[in-house]
Design a binder for this molecule. Structure first.
Ligand SMILES: [Zn+2]
Length: 368
């Protein structure tokens, strides 16, 4: 079996490496833009490539309901359907099922029943269906269906989530895959160190291609979340990639990289763009603010994205205020570029053995 991951450098707990997939290599740490419905909102795949994105996310929950994995398979799979020929990670839909709490009807050892957010009909996901959807999509990485417990859930419910996540991972381990498809398991346990250890000890012997740290960034405080990340990463094998599900703010990204995380995803860059804000080395800028009305500078000094090289803050502010689509697109391009660039710099710092000074400097600048 070919290796899915090569570790190339470490600095403390931080790691640089390369994830090997059927559609190409991904340098890590890697930020993965989220294409929930088969598109990173407002961004053409060619633009994504030019921004430096090396892998994108799709979502089994949304693509299962609209337009359906069989239709996508008939049209050549998600790569061909969405015109992105690079690596794709498809999430299993577990997060959507369990985070949209008011749609959850019932879960048991076999699967979970919930109301579809599209038409309110009762639907059922099982580990087998989640694996089948991802096989039909043809993603390079498939995620196990897991139970994502929200923050502040009872210890009994957290134990149940860990137990069932293991049970489901065991069932998914040997199910059919798309050609070359990797499969990652997801550890659970919330902020509870012992449960997190138990979850990892149950999943690691099953020898998945990688491991995600799930059940964090679900409403808990940041300090305990980062402590739990350190614990969770320490329980995982050094020679497999580690994926923190759902973090994408610049400070958070640096913090999880410093704790040994290799991959992460978040809708934050494009969602922030849709609220009219830019991620910059001066912190987050709300372009609606009147102080930008006559600002002839770029969104962020030194940024080489299409927005910063050609347009002024004043013009983008005008577009945002008039709700022009171009304004949201330019902010999306810039915010994605900012995060991809930030993570690229973190990677270089790890390789140079200068990650600690990079981290301290970056956090100081971002918090100003
Ligand atoms: Zn820019």
């Amino acid at each position: 079996m070919t290796r899915s991951f090569t570790l190339t450098a470490t600095a403390g707990a931080a790691r640089a490496g390369v994830l090997h997939t059927a559609h190409g290599d991904v340098p890590t740490p890697a930020f993965m833009p989220v294409g929930t419905k088969g598109t990173v909102k407002g961004v053409d795949p060619q633009e994504l490539r030019a921004l430096g994105a090396s892998i994108v996310l799709g979502n089994a929950y949304h693509l299962h309901f609209r337009p359906g994995e069989e239709l996508i398979a008939e049209l050549g799979g998600l790569h061909a359907f969405s015109a992105w020929d690079g690596p794709i990670l498809a999430d299993s839909g577990g997060f959507q099922v369990f985070s949209l709490r008011d749609t959850l009807l019932e879960s048991d050892d076999d699967g979970v029943t919930f109301r579809s957010v599209y038409d309110g009909r009762a639907e059922r996901f099982t580990p087998e269906l989640a694996a089948r959807i991802q096989e039909r999509l043809g993603s390079d990485i498939a995620m196990c269906l897991d139970i994502c417990a929200p923050a502040a859930v009872s210890r009994t419910d957290l134990e149940q989530a860990v137990r069932r996540t293991t049970l489901w991972a065991q069932r998914q381990r040997e199910l059919p895959r798309a050609p070359g498809q990797l499969r990652f398991a997801i550890t659970q346990g919330g902020l509870d160190t012992e449960l997190r250890r138990q979850s990892s000890e149950e999943l690691v012997p099953l020898d998945f291609d990688g491991y995600a740290i799930g059940g964090l960034s679900v409403g808990e405080a940041r300090g305990p979340m980062f402590e739990a990340t350190s614990d969770a990463a320490s329980f995982l094998p050094a020679d497999k990639p580690r994926y923190f599900m759902g973090i994408g703010d610049p400070e958070g990204v640096i913090e999880v990289v410093s704790r040994g995380v290799d991959m992460f995803d978040c809708v934050l860059p494009t969602r922030t763009a849709r609220t009219g804000s830019a991620l910059t080395w001066e912190g987050r800028l709300n372009l609606r603010n009147a102080r930008f009305a006559r600002d002839p500078g770029p969104l962020d000094d030194g940024c080489t994205c299409p927005a910063c090289t050609r347009f002024t803050r004043a013009y983008i502010r005008h577009l945002v205020n008039q709700e022009e689509i171009l304004g949201l697109r330019l902010l999306s391009l810039h915010n994605l570029r900012f995060l991809i660039d930030l993570v690229g710099r973190a990677r270089q710092a790890i390789e140079r053995g200068a990650f600690e000074s990079f981290r301290a400097d970056a956090l100081t600048r971002l918090e100003t």
